[in-house]
Design a protein around this ligand. Structure first.
Ligand code: NAD
Length: 473
């Protein structure tokens, strides 16, 4: 069995609280042990990051860039092994895990190459005024279990590129690929610039109130995000909160079903639906409702459900038993209310947390399956008749991560998309993200953005430099 260790101040150490088991969702049984750190080790990691910050903040853009590109080279070289680790701890099929790793490489290289600008506000005979960006200090990254490697990259790489030192705290359900990422980064960075602590309980809240941490970048559920925000008030930590979503998609009348069915299916069931910005509520005009449902059922039937390392598998298990239970509960609630389960709708009778792609018709707003984030392989199809009415229903959510409008007339679709209350509005696509496009939620889906220059600048504080030029004598 592979040996995983914490990394504190450039030294690999065992957890002072022993180890805990990491479960393979394809079998429901442990496949590896993860070190369980103590709160003392968290303090040591924060102290090591603080010490390293004195040097790292002075490093040049070129030094940081070179270090991150070397790390990206190593990730690329070791991609297959990392992807297999992701499959074991997270459950997704190998090809998807490999794309997660290569996405991490692309995001790393993009951030490495970004320039942090100095904004010239004024320059005249009297004065020169410039806006500079400085690193914040110690950044803590708290990540979820759905895209463990890629989200860790999204947090850690821009933080480092901006000159901060980092303490990473991955989900205890999927800690191993992040341990591997941090080990790779540490090869190319001064000791203490990157640290990682793993543990089962208590670390998250200890981080939120820790006086030695200057910023938290958090991705996870809205209730946990609220708790992070409460704790962060203690020393006014800067925050980026990427929280839950319940993205609506509106399909306008006259849409070419054959042309979009694949994209809509993939946007809803990407990573078995366990994606923050997955399409989670599908509103279809009543004129096309049955035809759309039939096309989606046909598409779902082409998925091959199984363990992510089995050849030919395209659809893996849900990551954990709690999420499996929630998905089952939401489907049962819909069934009880008279919904039609078009396909799937039952946990598979085998070991592991398998739930097939599930499409549910004849549900509506107010039903739990529509109103709550399912974060799993089930999509509710909701019929509508009036465009203004459906827009109001799409917006009647406390969440506001993404949303999309699909239709034959791009101008009409774009006009409607602009009225969505969401951080991202897509037209004829959904869940499209890329390293250069700022991404973040509105309403209770969080605040702050990731990606692009705007995302990088979230890891900096401003300093206005105001130089009076007139001679004082
Ligand atoms: P979660 O909130 O349960 O856990 C996220 C992380 O927070 C984990 O590392 C966990 O250990 C830690 N944590 C738990 N309690 C904590 C506390 N009191 N203080 C600080 N940290 C604590 O979320 P999850 O179940 O791992 O992930 C699923 C959720 O994440 C979904 O709601 C999904 O939409 C959301 N998500 C959002 C995005 C986005 O970019 N907006 C991306 C991925 C996932």
């Amino acid at each position: 069995m592979e040996n995983f260790q914490l990394l504190i101040g450039g030294v690999r150490v065992a957890g002072e609280n022993g180890e805990f088991a990491v479960i393979d969702p394809a079998s429901g049984t442990p496949f590896a042990q993860c070190p369980s750190g103590s709160l003392g080790q968290l303090n040591a990691a924060v102290a090591a990051a603080r010490t390293a910050f004195a040097g790292w903040r002075q490093s040049s853009a070129d030094e940081r860039r070179a270090a991150l590109h070397k790390a990206a080279d190593d990730i690329e070289r070791e991609a297959d092994g990392i992807a297999r680790l992701i499959v074991r701890e997270q459950g997704k099929p190998l090809a998807l895990a490999l794309s997660e790793v290569m996405g991490g490489v692309a995001w790393t290289r993009y951030n490495a190459d970004l320039e942090i600008p100095v904004e010239q506000v004024e320059d005249n005979p009297r004065q020169r005024v410039e806006l500079h960006r400085k690193p914040l200090g110690v950044v803590a990254s708290i990540t979820p279990w759905n895209w463990p490697f890629m989200i860790a990259v999204w947090h850690i790489i821009p933080a480092l590129r901006a000159g901060n030192c980092v303490v990473s705290k991955p989900s205890s359900l999927t800690p191993l690929s992040t341990l591997r990422l941090v080990e790779i980064l540490d090869r190319h960075l001064p000791p203490g610039v990157i640290n990682i602590v793993t543990g089962e309980k208590g670390f998250g809240s200890a981080i939120t109130t820790h006086p030695g941490i200057d910023k938290i970048v958090f991705t996870g559920s809205t209730p946990t995000g609220q708790s992070v925000m409460r704790g962060a008030a203690s020393n006014l930590k800067r925050l980026t909160l990427e929280l839950g979503g319940n993205d609506a998609a509106i399909v306008l009348p006259g849409t070419d079903i054959a042309a979009v069915v694949d994209d809509i299916f993939n946007a809803a069931f990407l990573n078995m639906g366990q994606t923050c910005a997955a399409l989670k509520r599908l509103y279809v005009h009543e004129s096309q409702y049955e035809a759309f449902a039939a096309a989606l059922v046909e598409r779902a039937g082409r998925e091959v459900v199984g363990a992510g390392l089995e050849a030919g598998v395209t659809f893996g298990p849900i990551q954990n038993s709690e999420q499996l239970e929630l998905v089952g509960e939401l489907v049962e609630d819909a069934r009880r209310l008279g919904a039609r389960i078009l396909c799937g709708g039952q946990r598979l009778p085998r070991a592991g947390y398998f739930y097939p792609p599930t499409l549910v018709a004849d549900v509506t707003d107010g039903d739990r399956l529509v109103d709550e984030e399912q974060f799993g392989p089930v999509l509710p199809l909701i019929a509508y008749g009036d465009v203004d009415d459906v827009l109001a229903r799409a917006n009647a959510s406390s969440m506001g991560l993404g949303g999309s409008v699909w239709g034959p007339d791009a101008t009409q679709a774009e006009a409607l998309a602009a009225r969505l209350e969401s951080g991202v509005a897509w037209v004829n696509c959904h869940a499209q993200i890329q390293p250069n496009t700022p991404f973040g939620g509105s309403k209770m889906s969080g605040f702050g953005v990731e990606f692009g220059l705007e995302g990088l600048l979230e890891f900096t504080g401003q300093q206005l430099l105001f130089v009076r030029k007139e001679n004082l004598s």
